[in-house]
Design a protein around this ligand. Structure first.
Ligand SMILES: [Zn+2]
Length: 288
């Protein structure tokens, strides 16, 4: 990571003194304040890693460590689909569902730095088991992985589908295969897509009653589906959401793709920099 920073500085031809800080979007539950990763399930051996201090020591620059989904939310807020929103929620629909909240222009981390874990919003009492230990979590119904899993389970339970032969051959399917089958008129794929997007809409409706945010942004692998995802979620949300007040939120697709986290982390590093340094960087243009 330090070598990457050095090579980026060299290739951009930037004077080191112009850099007010480096932002890192990192997985896992963490303490933002201490820059400490408690545990990163996808990075074996990363237990209680003081990432900020280690990294800052290596590169000799101030470092801000942020949860990767939070960083992506802040990136979309500053430079993507969340621009000019009063408040926004990012949902990244991938292996699971990550989330980040920007309220009144500020990233909302919560008292324990775990705010925005929308993937673990419980949308079914005693529903499907989740690796987090709960049951009925949203990500067990509406993540990219869950869409494929739900269809595979339905086929194994005896439902017909044009994907049945591939499933019987134990081929690994993903959400893209479900969407392709839907577009070829497969009824089970359509039912699965409706089931998943309806759960997503119900999750959004529930969060909306708590936050009353202006905009919900859908990102991650599943959002590559584009219009079929957006249209279905909006339709279900319209049907589900109450009609007694005009506070149904906007739902849009993310704009920055996998760059959102890097952009957001850099923006957070700039915001976290001492005022004089931040003003200096502003005067020199968008150098951070
Ligand atoms: Zn869960």
């Amino acid at each position: 990571m330090a070598e990457l920073v050095y090579s980026l500085i060299a290739s951009a031809g930037v004077d080191r003194r112009q850099i007010v800080g480096v932002g890192v979007g990192a997985p896992g539950p963490m303490s933002h304040e201490q820059g400490l990763i408690y545990r990163a399930p996808n990075l074996p051996g990363w237990v209680n890693i003081p990432l900020r201090n280690l990294f800052s020591g290596q590169i000799g620059l101030p470092v801000v460590v942020e949860n990767d989904a939070n960083a992506a939310a802040f990136g979309e807020f500053k430079a993507g689909a969340g621009r000019r929103a009063h408040s926004m929620v990012l949902l990244t629909l991938g292996t699971g569902i990550g989330g980040g909240l920007v309220l009144n222009g500020k990233l909302w981390r919560g008292r324990f730095d775990n705010a925005g874990e929308i993937g673990h919003l419980i949308v079914q009492v005693d529903g499907r088991a989740c690796p987090c230990g709960q049951r009925g979590c949203l990500e067990r119904y509406a993540s990219a992985n869950a869409v494929a899993e739900l269809l595979v389970e339905a086929v194994r339970a005896g439902k017909p589908s044009i994907l049945a032969d591939r499933i019987r051959a134990n081929e690994a399917l993903d959400a893209r295969d479900v969407l392709d089958a839907l577009q070829q008129g497969d009824a089970l794929a359509r039912d699965t897509w409706e089931h998943s997007t309806r759960h997503l809409a119900i999750g959004i409706a529930s969060v909306q009653h708590v936050l009353n945010a202006q905009r919900y942004i859908l990102g991650g692998g599943l959002a590559k589906a584009g219009a079929p995802l957006l249209d279905a979620v909006k339709r279900h949300l319209e049907q589900t959401y109450w009609k007694i007040a005009p506070d149904c939120p906007e739902v849009v697709l993310a704009e920055l793709g996998s760059d959102a986290g890097a952009i957001g982390a850099a923006m957070l590093a700039r915001e976290g920099a001492p005022a004089s340094a931040a003003v200096g960087s502003e005067a020199r243009g968008r150098s951070s």
